[in-house]
Design a protein around this ligand. Structure first.
Ligand SMILES: [Zn+2]
Length: 123
């Protein structure tokens, strides 16, 4: 999966997928979007773009997280039913997978929201 091949990609902007993955600023493309793995920086250290101002109104994070948790639980139950792994194996596998999915889900969602807000304001 490579977002850069997408025909809807706008010129001069990084693909959303890679932007979320490496936390790129929507204005200057510097890797300044995230201060922590799943927390937005206050503003861009490169160009001063106000990330917190853009993030305001991103109030669906809770819903996104609930859907993600639900999907993970369903997946965990499915794998349990299918492979019947010992409990310690389940914990060892689903612990990191859940943490990774939540962090990436948050990153992707926040990056998407900031990019969306940035584009709306640019128009
Ligand atoms: Zn910037």
């Amino acid at each position: 999966m490579d977002a850069d091949d997408s025909p809807t990609k706008k010129k001069g902007q990084p693909g959303l997928f890679s932007a979320a993955l490496s936390g790129l600023c929507p204005r200057c493309g510097a890797k300044t979007l995230f201060a922590a793995p799943a927390r937005l920086a206050d503003e861009c250290a490169g160009c001063g773009l106000d990330f917190l101002g853009l993030e305001r109104g991103g109030r669906f994070v809770g819903v996104v997280m609930m859907l993600l948790a639900l999907a993970l639980i369903m997946a965990a139950l499915g794998v349990d039913e299918w492979l019947r792994p010992p409990p310690w194996a389940s914990l060892l596998f689903w612990g990191p997978v859940t943490a990774g999915a939540v962090i990436f889900g948050l990153r992707f969602y926040k990056a998407m929201w900031v990019y969306h807000q940035y584009e709306e304001r640019a128009e």
